[in-house]
Write a protein of this length. Structure first.
Length: 175
């Protein structure tokens, strides 16, 4: 009975496989949106101001970072929780594949969120610079953006500190 339960529990990890496959569809949607934005940018390149150009480019960078985050979560999550990804020798390979454990993945996700938040914050600063008057509403919004960004930064740093305290000795033993 115990073996049957353990086998069922172990096999249930495959429930995650369609979820990771769904993330590849989300990546496809993000790619479509990225190229739509590039097309729109190139179509209006002569009419946009320098500040608007920088804002649009930051939006593209933001999409790329989110896409990279999806790839990282999709591959390392699948490999950590479902099954090892067998890549043929001589074919395409990701250098980090197989080297990210769940804890490292969390830290990389947190760092990516901080980077994405930084871009949003920079875009907010630049958008306010385009306004004629710096009103209280814009100042309040910007203050909340900064507070949220700092919350992400502090959370990522604390996760790193806790990881170092908790798991660093275990990782050192493996290597």
């Amino acid at each position: 009975m115990e073996r049957a339960i353990e086998k069922l529990l172990f096999s249930s990890r495959w429930i995650l496989a369609p979820v990771y496959l769904g993330m590849s569809l989300a990546l496809l949607a993000l790619g479509i949106k990225f190229f739509f934005e590039v097309y729109h940018l190139l179509h209006t390149i002569l009419e946009v101001t320098e500040a608007d150009l920088v804002l649009r480019l930051l939006a593209l960078v933001d999409l790329v970072l989110v896409g990279s985050l999806i790839v990282m979560v999709m591959f390392s999550g699948y490999e950590n929780f479902v099954s090892k990804i067998d890549v043929k020798d001589g074919g395409d390979n990701l250098g980090w594949l197989g080297k990210l454990d769940a804890s490292s993945l969390k830290l990389k996700v947190a760092a990516s969120i901080v980077a994405i938040s930084s871009i949003h914050l920079l875009r907010a600063f630049m958008s306010i610079g385009n306004q004629q008057v710096f009103d209280d509403t814009a100042g309040t919004k910007l203050m909340w953006f900064v507070i949220i960004h700092l919350t992400f930064v502090v959370s990522a740093v604390m996760m790193g500190v806790l990881d170092k305290m908790s798991f660093a000795s275990h990782r050192d033993d493996k290597h």
